[in-house]
Design a protein around this ligand. Structure first.
Ligand SMILES: [Zn+2]
Ligand SMILES: [Zn+2]
Length: 220
């Protein structure tokens, strides 16, 4: 018997683009319904992962508007005929400039787009009976959002927080003070046991970062 409050989720990370961004395929183990988080590019690899996992994608979720997270979103939306959800509308200026941003990194074939749904603090999104609450966590980008599933003690944090680091804040709309405030007021209170997948590199737990991340312990 499956506890309805704690659905079983599977996850597969597909590193995409020259930035090795962690595009994440997340699915319900029972229904095989899935979402794709941050399809930054290399859409054929993402489609291969979907086929390998044997899942059916219902939505594309975006954590923020940077090219390495959204470069493949419009193509994947067309291919799968599913809606794009997120990020917060404060990142609209980034989604309006995907083509120009891609050109800076030799990424061709990308398109500007608008999501089908913007997200705000307190919104929820669902993968079957797995409910993810939305935290608006500006600083790395103005419209960065974090997806949190309470019962599973699991979060998708994008480029807000990394294993041993935090998101860069030298890009348009970035603010280091705002980022640290987002982390300390919204992510650390989630609890030490919460595990997260981040946009680059290995994931971690809130507790590990609270205790050892130099940007949070005052060492940096
Ligand atoms: Zn980013
Ligand atoms: Zn990134």
């Amino acid at each position: 018997m499956t506890d309805k409050a704690t659905p079983r989720l599977g996850a597969m990370i597909v590193p995409v683009t020259l930035f090795q961004q962690n595009c994440t395929l997340l699915w319900n183990e029972d229904s095989k319904h899935a979402v794709v988080v941050d399809p930054g590019g290399d859409v054929p690899q993402i489609e291969a992962a979907i086929a390998q996992a044997g899942v059916t994608v219902g939505e594309i979720w975006l954590t923020h508007g940077h090219i390495d997270h959204v470069g493949g979103a419009a193509d994947l939306r067309d291919a799968l005929k599913v809606p794009i959800v997120g990020p917060h509308i404060a990142d609209k200026f980034l989604l309006d400039n995907v083509v120009a941003s891609g050109a800076n990194f030799g990424m061709t074939g990308v398109r500007n787009f608008a999501p089908d749904r913007w997200l705000e603090e307190g919104d929820t999104v669902t993968l079957d009976d797995a409910v993810f609450g939305i935290l608006h966590c500006p600083g790395h980008s103005p419209g960065s959002v974090v997806y949190v599933n309470g019962p599973l003690r699991f979060a998708l944090v994008g480029d807000v927080l990394f294993n041993g680091s935090v998101g860069r804040t030298d890009l348009p709309g970035g603010s280091h003070a705002t980022l640290i405030s987002s982390i300390t007021t919204k992510l650390l209170p989630l609890g030490d046991e919460v595990q997260f997948i981040c946009g680059h590199g290995p994931g971690s737990t809130i507790g590990h970062e609270r205790q050892s991340n130099p940007f949070l312990t005052g060492a940096a």
